[in-house]
Each structure stands twice: as C-alpha cells, then as structure tokens.
Design a protein around this ligand. Structure first.
Ligand SMILES: Nc1ncnc2c1ncn2[C@@H]1O[C@H](COP(=O)(O)OP(=O)(O)OP(=O)(O)O)[C@@H](O)[C@H]1O
Length: 506
C-alpha cells in the first residue's frame, strides 16, 4: 500500500513481496478455495450445493464444482458473475499457471450469436495486441458427454440448437479488476491527490492503453460493445488489458455505459428475444462513449475536480448524445485527452486553450457533418500524427490513389475499407497491393481477413496459405489457417494448425 508521503509511487504500491507468491492476492480478492482440506465436493454457486464426485457442473444451478477437472484445468474459485455467465479461476495442472474459465449457459437470446462471437474472438486473438487480454480458446462444451469423448464441432453455418451445450472460453488471468484498482487507490486518495497532475498522467496512460486496444479492434471492423469495469483488467506493473472482445456484445451493457443511441436497440432486443440487433448496432462511436464514461468514473473517484476539469470539454465531446458529434475515432479522442492534459490547468495559474467552448450545443449536425464541426473546434491531427495513426485520416476512394501508388498505400487503403466494413473494396485494394509486391506478408494476412469477413472461406484459406509460405514462424498465421479450415468444416486439419500455433507460442 502506498505511504502518505510525496515519494508515493504508483507501481510500487501494487507490488507484492516476491517470496510471498501464495499470499492473499491484493485488492481484496478472495483467497483460493482450499481444495486439499475440503471433504465434500460442492459447486461454486450461491448458495453452493453438494455435487457428486466426478461431476463438473452442478445440475441444479449450473455453477462449476470446486476442485473439478475440466481437461487439464482444475477449477478453484468463482471470480465473479457477468451478464452472460460466470468467470472461474482455474489452474493448469502441469504448469500450475492460473487461467480464467468463462462459462456461458445456453441462452436462446444469445446462442444464435455464439458462432459469430467465436469468430470474432479468433480474429481479435490473431492481432496479439498487448492491451487485449489473450483468449486461449473459445469452444462449445457438452458437459453430458463422458470425459475424454471428442465430438466434432457443430456445423459452423447453423445456429446452435442444442440445449446441452455451453460456450466455454479460456483466457489469461489478470490479478486486478478496475473495481479493485479504484478501491485500492481510494484508500490512498489524499496521497494521490497531493500528486495531482502526475497521478492524472498515470491514469491517462491506462486509459490510453484501453484506447489502443479498441483502435486495433476497430481497424479490423470489430467493436467491443460493453466497456464495463469487469472488462478492464490490470496487473501490478500498470499494464492494462481490455477483456471479452467478441463476447461482450452477447448482452447489452447497463446504464451508464449503454450509449444513448442504443436505448431503442436494447428495447428491440428485449422485444424480439434476440441480441442480434445489438450485436449489429454497436459501433466504434459507441465504444468511445463507454470509454469516456469509464474515464470520467475513474477521474471523479480518484481526483479532485480541479485536477481534471480542464478535460471535461474533451470528455463531453466523446460523450455527446449524438454519435456523429463525438470524435472521429478513439485515436483522436485519446490524442485530444492527452494533449489537453499536458496543457496546464487554470488551477496552476495558466489559462486553458478555449478549444471546445465554442461548440454550439443546440446545433445538432446530421451524421457526416461531424468532421466539419471537429475542424472548427480544434486543429485536425498533424500529418505526422495521421501517419502514425492511419485510422484517423479521411480517405475517399475517388481522390485516393493513382494506379502507380506503392503497395504500402494500397494496403493502407484496404485497411480503411476493412474498417468501414466495405470488405469487397478491401479485397480489391489488397489485391492491388499484392500485384505490386507479391511477397507482402501482412497483405496476404489482411486479404485473408477480408475474404473471411465476406465468408469466402476458400479465398481466406488461400491467402493465409500464401502468408504461411512467406513466414511459417508466426503463430498468428497458423491460428488464422485453423479458423479458415474450421469454417470450411475441415476440423482435423484446423486442430493441427492450432497445435502448431500453440507450439510457436510456447
Ligand atoms: N481474466 C480475468 N482475470 C481476473 N478476473 C476476471 C477475469 N475475467 C473476469 N474476471 C472477474 O470475473 C468477473 C465476472 O467476469 P465476466 O466476464 O463474467 O463479467 P463482467 O466482465 O463483470 O461483466 P460482463 O458480463 O458485462 O462482461 C469480473 O467482474 C471480474 O471481476
């Protein structure tokens, strides 16, 4: 815990003694279930019920049994309950590595989307982004089948119709949730408030990590859909991960996270008994709203208003009721936030740049007018910034690229089309790039992703195979090959590819 002195450092305050690996985890997490001492086996539901030896899942409440084995993993404790299911801490029996098992019970409202969720999990995993929580697997699990029985995966094009099937995901364990983080620092509030801008910088560096994760997903046409505190995880070194890409959209988040433009969509989901309208409606602008909500919660819970009030205009822009009036991308939102934070606030005696004060609140532009409004309020990102963050540049096909453009530019253009979900145009742009440079590894991968998004799985497989021929040491390309083979129903070959990816990851 941090001391109440000016030498208070954030990362130090998280560290646990290195020789004390079995101590109670920090931030009030529950101690692990003592499997050695337990005499009767119970499930981890509330209240917990006795279960028969060998049973993995409780027949009455659907919670996993403490100490039960799921493959090579032993269930240890319930970490928490989410909108769609429960999260359990489990341990790999050989490596003793802690992992998290999430179990989604069969639910007619969301089951039809499980296959789409699984595909997104795979796409996101293949990005291997440092701020996206690694998800090791996402599969259908049939608890009634005898242990050790293998069963082909369900037809990937058909909706899940069986009731005795769970969606099971395995992901990295992160020791700190956002709630633990806030609770921890609230105890040291006076010390961190003494640090003012320095602590603000630390908090914004965490928000920026979440921003890079979202931006990477958006660049692949995937929005998160539920940036709630349970999906923000950290470690003791100030590393932040966003969890549950692909899975978070299986249920709508509640207020205050749900963006206002989705209230009607949520009601439609309730009426129709399916999450499909929400799955399809969430956009990067919705993610931006949720990230800004989280940012505001973090700042207001840990800092004095005077320490972050100069950021309010930026936050208000990201929280605008009208998605078209928010920032054009998460990258720009984070850029503006950090730039504004770097400017001295009036509490330190300096005046603020009157950037967003000219925003005419009554003037509601229609979608598409936003970029004009944005340019009025603050200078557009510099050329250098756009080069660094290509997602922020506005491309129009007509004025885009002459035929002699180098392969890199065509590939970037393909990325723009992919982001705007124009997958056909993305394929064409990638093919142009490959005509100029047939050995462009990243472009073969991107072409595969675009074909995959169009559900042209043979094309995707062909592109991934070309990528693998250029670089067979990238585990990502093997995962992608596996995904394409799975989609084509070639599950045995897919398994070999996943195994190869695991070997390369090891
Ligand atoms: N990878 C993880 N490492 C550590 N704790 C986790 C992990 N994933 C989830 N948890 C804990 O388990 C709780 C439940 O997680 P779950 O993903 O089921 O729901 P959630 O993220 O809280 O909410 P939602 O269902 O809206 O996404 C989380 O709030 C968090 O406390």
């Amino acid at each position: 815990m941090g001391k109440h002195t000016s030498n208070f450092t954030y990362s130090d305050s998280f560290s646990t003694k290195s020789d004390d690996r079995h101590a109670t985890p920090p931030f009030g997490m529950q101690p692990q279930y003592d499997l050695q001492r337990s005499t009767t086996i119970s499930c981890l539901g509330h209240p917990s019920h006795p279960v028969q030896t060998g049973e993995v899942i409780c027949r009455s409440c659907g919670a996993l049994a403490a100490g039960a084995h799921l493959g090579i993993y032993q269930i240890q404790q319930l970490l928490g309950r989410g909108r769609s299911g429960n999260a359990y801490l489990a341990q790999h029996q050989r490596s003793k590595q802690a992992v998290v098992i999430k179990l989604f019970a069969p639910d007619p409202v969301s089951m039809g989307l499980w296959e789409a969720a699984r595909r997104e999990v795979r796409t996101i995993t293949a990005l291997r982004h440092p701020s996206i929580l690694p998800n090791f697997s996402c599969t259908a699990w049939y608890p009634k089948l005898p242990p050790g029985t293998t069963r082909p995966l369900p037809d990937l094009t058909a909706p899940y119709i069986e009731q005795d099937v769970y969606l099971l995901t395995l992901c990295q364990y992160a020791p700190i949730t956002l709630d633990h983080f806030l609770a921890h620092y609230q105890k040291s509030k006076r010390a961190i408030q003494e640090q003012g801008p320095r602590f603000l910088g630390y908090l914004l560096s965490l928000i920026a990590q979440a921003g890079t994760a979202l931006s990477a997903a958006h660049a692949h046409g995937i929005a998160h859909g539920a940036l709630v505190p349970g999906n923000i995880l950290l470690n003791n070194q100030g590393h932040l991960w966003v969890a549950d890409f692909g899975l978070a959209r299986l249920h709508t988040p509640s207020a205050p996270y749900l963006p206002p433009e989705l209230y009607g969509v949520r009601d439609a989901c309730l009426q129709k008994g399916t999450m499909t309208p929400f799955w399809e409606a969430i956009t990067p602008a919705g993610d931006q709203y949720m990230l800004a909500t989280l940012c505001q919660q973090i700042l207001s819970q840990l800092l004095l208003p005077a320490d972050y009030e100069h950021l309010q205009p930026i936050l208000q822009c990201a929280l605008h009721q009208h998605p078209a009036r928010r920032f054009a991308s998460i990258d720009i939102f984070i850029h503006e936030l950090t730039e504004q934070a770097a400017r001295p606030s009036h509490t330190t005696g300096h005046s603020l740049r009157p950037a967003f004060e000219v925003l005419p609140q009554q003037d509601q532009p229609s979608s598409g007018e936003y970029s004009r409004g944005y340019v009025q309020l603050t200078p557009p990102p510099s050329e250098a910034y756009e080069k660094q963050h290509p997602a922020t540049a506005n491309y129009s096909l007509a004025s885009s690229l002459p035929p002699s453009t180098p392969a890199d530019d065509w590939e970037k253009l393909g990325g723009k089309f992919f982001t705007s979900r124009d997958y056909e145009s993305a394929v064409n742009a990638y093919l142009q790039a490959l005509e100029l440079d047939v050995n462009k590894y990243s472009c073969w991968l991107a072409l595969g992703d675009a074909y995959f998004a169009l559900e042209r799985y043979s094309g995707a497989l062909g592109a991934y195979e070309r990528a693998a021929a250029l670089n067979s040491y990238d585990p990502g390309v093997w995962t992608n090959l596996g995904t394409a083979l799975d989609a084509l129903g070639r599950h045995k070959e897919a398994l070999i590819c996943y195994e190869r990816a695991d070997q390369l990851n090891a």
